[in-house]
Design a protein around this ligand. Sequence first.
Ligand code: ADP
Ligand code: ZN
Length: 761
Amino acid sequence: MASPQRTLFETQPEPWEVDDQSIERVASVVLSAGPAEEFDYLVPEPLYEKLELGRRVRVPLGRSNRLVVGYCVRLEDRAVGPRRLKPVREVLDQRSLLSPAMLRLTRWIAEHYLCDWAAVLDAVVPAGVRGGAGTRMATLLSVDPEAAGRLGELKLSQRQVEIFKILAAAKEPLTPADLARLARCTTGPITALRRKGLIRARTARLALRRAEETVPVREKHLVLNADQEAALKTVLAALNSGRQQTILIHGVTGSGKTEVYMQAIREVLQFGRQAIVLVPEISLTPQTVERFRGRFGAVAVLHSHLSDAERHWHWQRIAEGTVSVVVGARSAVFAPTPHLGLMVLDEEHESSFKQETAPRYHARDVALARSVAEGIPLVLGSATPSLESWHRAQTGQYTLVSMPRRVLDRPLPRVGTIDLRSEKASGSLSGGAISRQMRVAIGEALGGGQVILLLNRRGFSTHIQCPACGHVLQCPHCDIALTHHRKEEIALCHYCDYEVPAPRACPKCEFAGIRYSGLGTQRLEAEVRARFPNVVCLRMDTDTMQAHGSHERALSAFRSGKVQILLGTQMIAKGLDFPNVTLVGVINADTALHLPDFRAAERTFHLVTQVAGRTGRGPKGGRVLVQTFSPEHPAIQAAVRHDYAAFAAGELPIRQMLRYPPFASMIRLVVRGSSEAVTSEFSKQVAQRIDAAVRAAPVDARVLGPAPCPFARLKGKYRFQIQLQSGDGDQLRAAVRQATGDLEPPENVQWIADVDPVEML
Ligand code: ADP
Ligand code: ZN
C-alpha cells in the first residue's frame, strides 16, 4: 500500500540563497521491488548532470547495502540535515522515462487504485523500454578532423585513403561493419587506420534498424454532415479554450464518430501537438489502423502483441515527437507524448479498458485524470455510453454531443424479438437453438446478403449432467461446470483450462445416459451447417482464434464474401463494419442478464445494441432478430427500440436506490487462499477492520460481506469478497488504507483491492 507521499514540487530555497557548504542535493527514490516507501539519497556532484526527474538509479538499500533499482521522483537542493544520506551509485537512463506530469499521474493512480507507486511506474514504462529492447552496444567510427587536413602527407595505402574518404563523407558515424561494407574491404585496413589514430572510435547504444513501414495511400478528409459538423465544432471549441473539458459523443453505430475524431486530430496536429486515440484491443484491426494511417501517415500503433523491441521503438518515436498520432489499446493512455493536445477514447463503455491485474486502473478514468493534468480536452465516444459517463453528461460535468443518425441517411436496422418461451412450447426449435422464424430470416438474407449470429458462449454443450443422479461435471479446481468441446471430445474448464476426456457414463453413478446440454458456439455451428449445408459458415471465438492473425484472416474472409455466415461470441459484436450484412441474429440475449452483477442489464443492453449495429451499414439495409426468454425486460425492450435514453432513465434510479456507481464509489476486496477455513477467517478479520475504520472516520459507507464470491473457487483457491460502497470515494479509500496498512495475511492467503471494479464475479 502506498505510504502518504509528500507533494512532488514543494518550493525550495534557490541554491544561491544558502551557503554552499550546507547544501546537499537529494533524490527521492521509489524502489522497483522493495518497500513501498520513498527513500532519500544523496546525489554526488559527478552525477548532477546525469540525474533528472523520471530517470532510474541504482542505490544501496538496507544494512547490507544491496544495490536496487528505483525511479527518481523528486530532486531538491536542501540544507544538510543531521542524518547522513547514502549516495546514489549510478544513473541508469540517459533520458527521463517519465515527465513531471506523468510522475504526478502515476502517483494519482497509486493513490486512487490503492496500489504501490512502484508497480504503477513499472506498468507505465514498458519492460522493453526499461531493458532497452531492440538496441545494442556498438562501436562507432569517425575520422580525426585534424588528420583529414593532412591526408596527402600521410603514408597510406590506396585502400586506406579510400576508406578514410568514405568515412569522412558519411553523414553520421559508421560501425566497422558498415564501413567495411561501403568500402568493400575487410576490417583489416580499418583496424590499421584506428591504430594509427586517424580514425576515432567510441561506443554507443544503437537502435536496431527497423524495416520502414509501407507508405499508406493518403486519403482526403470527408465532407462532414450537419451532426458531424456540430460535434467537431464542440471539440474544436474545447481545443481553442485551452482548458480541460470532457466531451461525450453519443453517436449510434455508423454515425461517423471516427471521422469526427480524425478531423479534430488534424486540427491538433496543425498546432504542432500530438493526439492519443484509445480503442478496445479487439477493435484495433488493420482496417482501423489503415484508416488512421491513410489520414496521418506516421501513426504509432500500440497493442499487446508487440515485441519488446517494437514497443521500445514506438515509445522512442512518440517521446521524441517524430510521430504525432498514437492509436492503441488500454495502456496507450500512458504514451509518452511530450506535446499532447487531445485524447480520444472510443467505445468508452467497453469493460476491457479496465485492467484486471495490478495496477487495476481504468483507462477511461486515467485518461480523464491525464487530460485534467495537461489541461486538454478528452473526447469519449460510444453508441451505448457507460452509465457513469452518461450520468456525468446529464449533470453537466461533461459536454454531451448527440449523433442520432447514421451517415448518408442509412436507416438503423429494424430489431425484432423472438420469444423463446413460445417457440419452445410450439416445438419450433425442434431440439436446436435456431427458431423457425430465425431460420426463414437467415434463408432470406442469404439471397444476396450475409448473416452474423451471436452466441455469447464458447464450446459445444455448456454443461454435462447425469439425468440419473443429477451430478454435474465440475472443474476440480474451480466452482464451475465443465464445458463440452466436441471436436476434441473433452470437457474443459473455461477459467483454468483444466480438461478431461468427455465421459461416456456418469463418473459418479456410472449411468450410461449422461447428457450434454446447454448451448455453445460449437453446437450452434453444427446446427447451422446441418440446416444450411451449401453455405460457408465460420465460427469465431477464443477457441478458433488462437493463432496470431487468425482474427484478421477470418474477418477478411467474411468481408470478401467467401464466408456467408459468421457466428461467434461477443468477439464479432465489436466495431466491425460489413456493408453486406443484412441480418444479425442474437441466439440468446439472456446469457448475461441473470448474472449476479449490478451491471448485468447494462451489459445485455450494450451487447444487443452493439451487435445490431453490425447490420444495415450498406445500401441494402438490414434487420436484427433477438431470441430471448424475457422479451419484456426493459434492457431488451430499449435495445429493440434503439433507445439508449430510455434504458438509462430506467436503470439509473435503480443504481441510485442501491447506491451503486455512478451514484457511489465502490471498492471490492477479494481474499483468496487454498484453505477454505483460513481464507474465510481472514476475510472476516479484514471486514472487521474496515468496519472499525469506517466507523472511526466516520465515513458514510456500506460494508457488505464477507461472502463467498459468485465464483467461490477458482484455480484451486477459495474466494471471499467484501464490497464497499460510499458516496465519498476518497474517504472510503482512506478507510481501506488505514484498515489494511499493517495487514498481514496468513500463509497462502492473498488479498486484493479492486477500486471501481468492473469484474464482479
Ligand atoms: P462510427 O465511428 O460512428 O461507427 P464511422 O466514422 O466509422 O462511424 O463511419 C461509418 C462509415 O461512414 C465509414 O465507412 C465512414 O467512412 C463513412 N462516413 C463517415 N462520415 C462520412 C461522411 N461525412 N460522408 C460520407 N461517408 C462518411
Ligand atoms: Zn478450473
